[in-house]
Structure formats: C-alpha cells, structure tokens
Design a protein around this ligand. Structure first.
Ligand SMILES: [Zn+2]
Length: 256
C-alpha cells in the first residue's frame, strides 16, 4: 500500500502536470486518490493546480467535507465520490478541461467512433458524452449510468472525467481522451477521421478485456448510452456504412 506521503507527492505531480499541459486554467480541474477508511486525498478547491504542493492537499470524507488540511473542498468532489461509490476497483479520479476534448464536450459531441486501435484497447470503442447538468446532485445523477461501463467520459459543456486503479492510470486515460479528441479535430479538414474497419474491433476489444480483467465480469456492451446529437454508429452496420449514412443525413438536413 502506498504511504500517504508518497501519494501526496504523486498527486501533487499529477495536478501540476495538468496545469503545465494547459488542461486546467484558473482554478479548474481536481484530482483525488482513495485513502483508507472512507477518506480521499484531494487537490483543494479555489487553488491553481500549479500551486498544489503535497502539503497543500486536503483529505475529504465520504460526503466531500474537509476532514483535514487547510484548503477547501470543491463542488465537483461529488462526481469523484460517485465514481468511488460505484467502482470499488477505482483508486484515483482525475478531472480537467483539456481544450480539444472540452471542445467536443461543448459542441455536444461524444467521441463515439473507434478511430485509433490503441485508444480502443485502453478506453473502449467510444468515449461517451454525459449530458450537461448543474453541479451537485443533478450532475451525479447524469454521470451514474456511465460508471460501470466506462473509465473516462466527456462531461457535456464542461470537460473530462477519468478514473482508474491509481493516479497513473487515471491521468493517462484523461491524457488519452485529449489525444483522441485532438486527432479527430486535426483530421476534420482532411475529410474527418475514419472509423476503424468493423472487423478489427473484436480483436481490439478482446485485447481490452485481457488488459483489464474487470471487464470480463462486466455486462456485455449494450447499445451506446451516450447522448448522440448525430447519427454516427449503427452497431450492426460497418463503420464506413454508418459514416456514409450519417453524411447523407447531414447533407439532407443542410438542404432543408
Ligand atoms: Zn470542471
């Protein structure tokens, strides 16, 4: 078990790294890690991630109140605690507003097409969009349907939330979401990112199940649960066919 001192050092480094990469402006973003006995180490509210030294971190209780430390709690703590309540396997949660992924979240678009093999293995075939809700209980309720099946989500008109076994895994997932979003946007003027061939997906998803044994026990993937403002994926059709249909629909709608 990692000592609290070591966890403080690691969490502080993750927070500073979020700031250094431009993923958190002003007081945006927060990072937490599970301690023992229902306590969570956290970045303090209303402080730049640039200034989150190990001794500036706070310990939160199961309701998100500060149990020790001089800093404040933050409203998004409710989202972190919702993840920990549902996912006993999760040891850390990272939230930030990385610009490319946040642009998708603000446009109301999920990253719901599998375009990169490595991302399918590490994040799954889609990164869903949680519909926007006001902070607090409504945001927790909106997030709830996504917690079992996913390890990273876009928060509508807001940012990215990612979780994992530990700080390293959770922060890598957030970084990976941003990378997928960035590639999608860079591909837009080139005609848009193409979905991987449908026949490539089973092997990639099997590699994912092997990499993350929890998934072998989880319910099989059902229909996408993300809010979908555009028709982009038809599960039984090939991704290319789905793309063609989506483009036809979009051009038909533009013609009205
Ligand atoms: Zn936020």
């Amino acid at each position: 078990m990692t000592s609290e001192r070591a966890l403080r050092t690691e969490l502080s480094a993750v927070a500073k790294s979020l700031h250094a990469r431009g993923f958190c402006a002003n007081h945006e973003g927060n990072v937490t890690a599970r301690l023992e006995r229902g306590r969570f180490l956290a970045t303090p509210g209303a402080v730049s991630k640039r200034l989150c030294e190990p001794d500036a971190l706070v310990v939160l209780d199961e309701k998100g109140a500060v149990a020790s430390g001089r800093g404040k709690s933050f409203s998004e703590a409710a989202l972190h605690l919702a993840v920990y309540r549902v996912r006993a396997d999760v040891g850390a949660v990272v939230h930030a507003h990385p610009p490319y992924a946040t642009a998708f979240a603000c446009a109301g678009r999920a990253l719901d097409r599998p375009i990169l093999a490595e991302a399918v293995v590490s994040l799954g075939a889609e990164i869903p969009l949680v519909p926007f809700s006001a902070p607090g209980e409504a945001a927790v309720a909106a997030l709830a349907p996504f917690l079992e099946r996913f390890d990273a989500v876009l928060l509508g008109s807001h940012g990215v939330l990612a979780w994992g076994d530990d700080l390293e895994q959770a922060s890598l997932r957030l970084e990976h979401v941003e990378q997928v979003a960035r590639i999608c946007q860079l591909a837009e003027p080139l005609g848009g990112a193409r979905a991987l061939p449908a026949e490539a997906l089973p092997a990639l998803l099997e590699a994912r199940r092997k990499a993350f044994p929890r998934l072998a026990k989880a319910a099989p993937s059902g229909p996408p649960v993300s809010a979908r403002p555009t028709a982009t994926v038809i599960p039984s059709a090939s991704p290319d066919l789905a793309r063609i249909i989506a483009e036809e629909l979009a051009s038909a709608l533009r013609g009205r």
